[in-house]
Design a protein around this ligand. Structure first.
Ligand code: MN
Ligand code: MN
Length: 471
């Protein structure tokens, strides 16, 4: 005989009154999980091909081209359904699908960033010491420096030579290519080092990367190891030492993204903050056909250092783009911005049971609970955040619920324990309604960050629903 399950009065009442964050994988249908799996294959490919801001921007531009987007012409009048993109200084990208409504009604904007913490070569990097060739580095973004030692690294970037010729350098990601490494001290002799604080365990000026050890053998003299490296660089790239000054060379982990876990439920890899939001944000736009409101995805550089610089969102390239779109429709950019809504798509700290003390469990995000809405970030008394309005939270919530998606609410961490920011406040400064939303990440800013496939695909679905929304 089958038993009939009946809910008690309190259970039924709880179901209707309590906020219940659940593991979305419990209720997702098989099709959704299969789609998530396929989607994450494309995502891992994006991670592997786009480890730096330049590579990610180029990769995004290529995906735009493959989906019928054309370079934006500011004098052109675009019709509903037209698809355009701007590759901005090779480091950030704006793409848009023109909607049927006049642009004066505002646009739906997803903003993510494609720069990640990394190790840059200094302007005068190369030196020889104790018969080893090394390069001095300067880290970019917030890193725990000890995590970057004894780790195979690859080198990416550009060098502008004396005549103005620009060459690209990509070395260390492909099978069979040499890699680079920042050495650490052996534990046997680390008695003094291990007494340092974790923050000082490896100091900024100790992040010296090993690049060679063979001497130039045809002559006698000093600095023969360095000479041999410069000879090789000259043979391969036509470079001289002075060219380092007009170069941007970035060291990133050489490993490829991969599945994590016996169940393959997670993605592990470098640079997921914030490509785990950038990729879903871009793909959602590429899959948008003639929306009502013009749909825009922006992939920005410089977020990890405060969005400064003319490829970051604290500069004017986004409002200039909106100005140009507005002008051909006979309206003003600021009128468009004031009526626009933005999802600031950035990652948040997933609850880690090994470090439970830093998060308020009632306001933390969990892996596989879906995309996480952050009303505010910042630190201390909500310093350095735009703090989305209740009205906007209401609108976004109804879009997510309307699409039947799993989502959760989160803060960045416990009050007064630290904090951080996103691009949200810079967009809010343009009078755009903006709220943070993104994928929870474990080991954020480390060389190997971990995310949940379910959450990644849910983010994509959320951005699709947002672009389709009328608002
Ligand atoms: Mn981020
Ligand atoms: Mn970050």
């Amino acid at each position: 005989m089958a038993t009939v399950e009946t809910k008690s009065k309190s259970e039924a009442l709880k179901e209707s009154l309590f906020l219940q964050h659940k593991n979305g994988c419990l209720t997702a249908d098989d099709g959704f999980l299969r789609e998530a799996e396929t989607f994450c294959e494309g995502y891992k490919d994006f991670l592997n091909k786009g480890k730096t801001e330049r590579l990610a921007a180029a990769q995004a531009a290529q995906l735009c081209e493959e989906h019928g987007f054309v370079p934006f012409d500011r004098n052109e009048a675009y019709a509903p359904g037209d698809k355009v993109y701007v590759l901005h200084r090779n480091k950030s990208l704006i793409a848009a699908v023109i909607g049927t409504e006049p642009i004066a009604n505002g646009v739906n904007l997803v903003a993510a960033h494609i720069d990640s913490p990394r190790i840059d070569l200094k302007p005068n990097p190369l030196y020889e010491d104790a018969e080893l060739a090394l390069c001095k580095t300067h880290y970019y973004g917030g890193i725990k420096k000890y995590q970057w030692t004894a780790l195979p690294l690859s080198l990416h970037g550009v060098v502008v030579k004396a005549g103005g010729e620009k060459l690209e350098v990509h070395l260390g990601d492909q099978e069979g290519e040499p890699r680079f490494v920042i050495n650490d001290l052996l534990p046997h002799l680390a008695t003094e080092q291990v007494k340092r604080t974790l923050n000082e365990g490896v100091k900024g000026e100790e992040l010296n990367v090993l690049v060679g050890s063979y001497p130039f053998r045809d002559d006698k003299g000093s600095e023969l190891i360095k000479l041999n490296i410069l000879k090789l660089l000259h043979e391969k790239y036509g470079m001289v030492e002075k060219d380092f000054l007009s170069a941007e060379l970035e060291l990133v982990p050489a490993h490829a993204a991969c599945d994590v876990g016996f169940d393959r439920s997670m993605v592990g890899g470098y640079g997921q903050d914030d490509r785990v939001c950038a990729y879903p944000g871009l793909m959602a736009l590429l899959h948008t056909d003639t929306p009502k409101r013009t749909a825009v995805t922006i992939l920005a550089d410089r977020e990890e250092i405060g969005s400064e610089g003319n490829t970051g969102l604290n500069s004017s390239f986004l409002p200039y783009f909106i100005d140009d779109l507005a002008a051909v429709q006979g309206t003003k950019g600021r009128h468009v911005l004031s009526r626009s809504v933005c999802l600031s798509a950035d990652v948040n700290a997933a609850f880690d049971p090994t470090f439970p003390d830093v998060l308020d469990k009632r306001n933390a995000s969990f892996l596989n609970h879906g995309v996480a809405l952050m009303k505010y970030t910042g630190s201390r008394g909500k310093s350095g955040t735009s703090d989305a309005s209740a009205e906007l939270m209401g609108r976004v919530r109804s879009i997510l619920d309307g699409a039947g998606l799993s989502w959760q609410v989160t803060e960045l961490g416990k009050v007064d324990l630290g904090g951080g920011g996103t691009v949200a406040m810079f967009l809010a400064n343009l009078d755009i309604d903006v709220v943070d939303i993104g994928v929870p990440v474990l080991s954020m800013h480390s060389p190997f960050e971990v995310t949940g496939k379910f959450d990644i695909y849910t983010a994509y679905k959320a951005f699709c629903a947002f672009f389709a929304a009328e608002l």
